[in-house]
Ligand binder design. Structure first.
Ligand SMILES: [Zn+2]
Length: 384
């Protein structure tokens, strides 16, 4: 299949202006004005008046459903491919949460494979909250080296429901991930869920002091959960240009809003390129009333990444290219997925068409139109 998107105003996420994008198979073959293309079966989309941006990358989604720590009725349901596509997300990393007693890694792997089979680009982290880690195979190293969908491992630190791993334990896990990753040319990541208990960043600096290249392999998330955490995360990020911090768009945020947290991190001096957003979608999150009282629980929404990007542009004067980079190229780079999250020759053919109000009107995933208007092309299993 070949698609030529004509004359959209393109943010790649860098601003390219009005230009054409040619997708052939699952790749972007050409980007440039007035492309002359003759291909059998070419479908041409006139996108004049619309913005074309990369497919969104969400590095933390409970694709299998999270929650469960409050009992069986607090287990969130699994996500559907359609829900991700409607949120503009073409690229996703699935994670397990605190409940590893009833949610298992083989189920997560099967779900990730379902999303890939339905036309998305999906990966996962092995393990979960716990230390010692739970794995698909013999070890975290084997999971990273032998299972193509596994980008690294997840771990909880500073969380009352976690295992409080020591500096040596975290360094051991990071080393294991690195050793496996270099054999299969993956980035190799330890994705760390940060709870509210404030010592993980001390541990990270102790690890950095050993000479381990921590920025390459550590990906802390929920960095805006508390003021102390965000300040620590900003100080951590500003030490080295390869360090990333991830801010959750549908989870606890001490400023009440993730866009405010991103703005605070940038004001603090963290380069935008080192910040990513993830939704924590299909985790279970508290909902508050206007006075800040918890009034219930809800399933985390993957659409919050797009909403936060729009708020950064509308309410915080972020340039669109910078706001987009948080959910496209920065997220892809942080995962070591260099062909995701960008509109350039050779990249995976993932794109989102936005109207002038930055609302999503169409999505292309791996070279196929996955949504147009309100119509989803992706067909859910057993949805007849
Ligand atoms: Zn989560």
């Amino acid at each position: 299949m070949a698609i030529l998107i004509r004359n959209a105003y393109v943010f790649a996420p860098k601003e390219l202006g009005a230009t054409d994008v040619l997708m052939v198979g699952e790749k972007i073959l050409a980007v440039g004005p007035n492309l002359s293309v003759s291909l059998p079966g070419l479908s041409v989309i006139d996108a004049s008046g619309f913005l074309l941006v990369p497919g969104f990358v969400d590095p933390h989604v409970h694709v299998l459903g999270g929650g469960g720590v409050g009992g069986p009725i607090t287990r969130a349901p699994a996500i559907t491919a359609g829900e991700l596509i409607r949120a503009g997300i073409t690229t996703v990393v699935g994670v397990l949460g605190a409940d590893v007693m009833t949610r298992k890694l083989p189920d997560l792997l099967a779900k990730v494979r379902e999303l890939n089979a339905l036309g998305l680009s999906a990966w996962m982290y092995t393990s979960s909250f716990r230390y010692p880690p739970v794995t698909l195979s013999q070890s975290v190293a084997d999971d990273v080296a032998l299972v193509s969908e596994v980008l690294g491992a997840k771990l909880a630190m500073g969380d009352a429901n976690g295992s409080f791993p020591s500096t040596e334990a975290v360094l051991g896990l990071l080393s294991q991930i690195r050793q496996a990753a270099v054999t299969v040319k993956k980035q190799g990541l330890l994705h760390v869920h940060l709870g509210a208990i404030p010592n993980p960043f001390d541990i990270f600096e102790e690890i950095a002091a050993t000479g381990f290249p921590i920025g390459r392999h550590l990906r802390p998330t929920h960095c805006a959960r508390t003021e102390f955490l965000l300040k620590s995360a900003c100080a951590y990020a500003m030490q080295e240009s390869d360090r990333y911090i991830d801010i959750t768009t549908d989870g606890p945020c001490y400023l009440g809003h993730p866009a405010a947290a991103v703005s605070a991190a940038v004001s603090c001096g963290v380069p935008v390129e080192q910040i990513t957003l993830s939704s924590d979608g299909h985790g279970v999150v508290p909902r508050f009333d206007a006075d800040g009282n918890i009034v219930g629980q809800a399933v985390g929404e993957v659409a919050r990444n797009h909403a936060t990007m729009v708020e950064l542009v509308r309410d915080y004067n972020f340039p669109l290219s910078a706001a987009l980079s948080l959910i496209t190229s920065n997220a892809a780079d942080s995962l070591g997925l260099s062909d995701q999250g960008r509109l350039e020759i050779g990249a995976c053919a993932n794109a989102v068409l936005l109207n002038q109000n930055l609302q999503i009107v169409a999505v292309v995933s791996r070279g196929q139109v996955a949504m147009h208007g309100d119509t989803l092309a992706v067909k859910e299993p057993f949805s007849e």
